[in-house]
Design a protein around this ligand. Sequence first.
Ligand code: ATP
Ligand code: MG
Length: 261
Amino acid sequence: MKILAIANQKGGVGKTTTAVNLAASLAHLGRRVLLVDLDPQANATMGSGLDKAKLKHTVYTMLIGESSLSDTMQVSESGGFDVLPANRELAGAEVELVEAEARESRLKAALADVADSYDFIVLDCPPALNLLTLNGLVAADSVMIPMQCEYYALEGLSDLVNTLRRVKQGLNRTIEIEGLLRTMFDPRSTLAQQVSDQLVKHFTSKLYHTVIPRNVRLAEAPSYGRPILSYDKSSKGAQAYLQLAEELLARHNPAEAAHPV
Ligand code: ATP
Ligand code: MG
């Protein structure tokens, strides 16, 4: 079992799109997957086909101890994975957990009970280095960092790397950078190409070969509550996320990836 946090404090870089579609792609490849929505915007919840207005229990009630994990659990029919959903209430966790005991490791404790039931647990983090993201980083084995190849991309990366360093020194000594993912890539843009070249130079082994192209079908799918594989399997976006899942599996277990289930 592997817990993967999808994080970047920069907004709108493709974290949620990656979390939902990687979860669905891993499920499609026969893996047992749980998606955890750690963002009060609840985009991953809605993108998985769940109605955030109808939820009785959420990650928020779970983190403050008012619901159990099994009460909170939902199923994404369109994605083929389980979901711990969010809604706007989750923003209150920041305030309510400040005084709480072990406030940074609440999620880790909650997930310990279901570790054996999944092959991958994917955490969709909010665009901030706050207590919710910290709960994600403390629970995670590794971090996947989606980034757009634009001018300021590298600057934001150093803040995240510093935060990871601090987490590694104290709260989670074994956390690693899983990899950097180029998202919304437009090969015709000279700037995107230049930034991409820089990433290749600086992060060689940590950079996924798979590049997620800008693809309008990926942006449309969430409004139907579907991952791209369920919305338009033949689209470039669907093929890219499937390829990402295969690359991830190959990195973890080369032998297994040669014989996909
Ligand atoms: P936030 O920081 O607000 O949580 P995020 O990092 O989770 O944002 P997304 O919500 O995944 O980013 O993506 C931002 C917007 O870009 C969304 O409208 C999404 O549909 C769109 N988008 C994401 N990836 C792609 C892509 N490869 N091609 C086209 N549109 C995309
Ligand atoms: Mg998001």
